[in-house]
Design a binder for this molecule. Sequence first.
Ligand SMILES: Nc1ncnc2c1ncn2[C@@H]1O[C@H](COP(=O)(O)OP(=O)(O)OP(=O)(O)O)[C@@H](O)[C@H]1O
Ligand SMILES: [Mg+2]
Length: 299
Amino acid sequence: MEWKDQTVGDTPIGAEAERAVRVLHGAKGRQLPRPPRQRVFTIANQKGGVGKTTTAVNVAAALALQGLKTLVIDLDPQGNASTALGIEHRPGTPSSYEVLIGEIPVKDALQQSAYSERLYCVPATIDLAGAEIELVSMVAREGRLRNALATLEEYDFDYVFIDCPPSLGLLTINALVATPEVLIPIQCEYYALEGVGQLLRNIEMVKSHLNPLLDVTTVVLTMYDGRTKLADQVADDVRSHFGAKVLRTVIPRSVKVSEAPGYGMTILEYDPGSRGAMSYLDASREIAERAHTTGKEPR
Ligand SMILES: Nc1ncnc2c1ncn2[C@@H]1O[C@H](COP(=O)(O)OP(=O)(O)OP(=O)(O)O)[C@@H](O)[C@H]1O
Ligand SMILES: [Mg+2]
């Protein structure tokens, strides 16, 4: 058959476009219920490049698409979450740094994403690189972010995600002190669990001394490659260790997911019909479904 005889849906690009429309339409039509109270997550894993930022921005975008008001706080001097959301974060932009040190209220650093009126970001600028050291000499250095975010509940966000840098330093500790929930992304690769023990010990320490409400509620398996046996072994290990905390949805390794931030877009905007987009939509729904079992008190 000659190409000019084909209808749009018969071509690969046409089929992809149709799938994208179906996915987006379906997601928009499926409004998720608001959680009983605002849910605030630290996204942490001191191992670098495991999908913390990708998970933060794509889960946030997926929740926003389905009707929930969502905020991503970029607490990594690399500013990757800000970049991925297409948010201004040049030096001098009001950012998580000024919020953390108490110079400005969080509302002065909020930016709305171009993607959705329900998706917001507090960006990170390079200024945050110095914070780890500056914090050392500050009073109540572990609780700075908690104090800064004390008024967050007034802003009516349903979900807040704090994207942490790949370290267990004072920035990550500040996030752990400020939030009740921890989400740990784990990459389906060899050595995936290496370091997780250390992370869990730190979480326990913060819980017993600084934040009794702290709990690892959610584990997400990322960059899953179904062609390798190893990926399944890692997934099984993680599930036997964390049980029901692990989302049933697994995020596949996909080039599209890694390309999206280069365009300042989430995968839901860059390629809504892709497996990556669908997996983040599924993950967001699972997280939202758990709201009623993990919420600490009613709103
Ligand atoms: N599902 C995926 N498929 C393919 N590539 C991915 C996937 N998820 C993330 N990546 C890519 O892997 C790299 C690391 O991901 P990401 O930046 O989300 O990790 P991170 O844990 O936030 O890293 P860091 O520790 O540096 O903050 C990025 O280039 C990202 O685009
Ligand atoms: Mg990151």
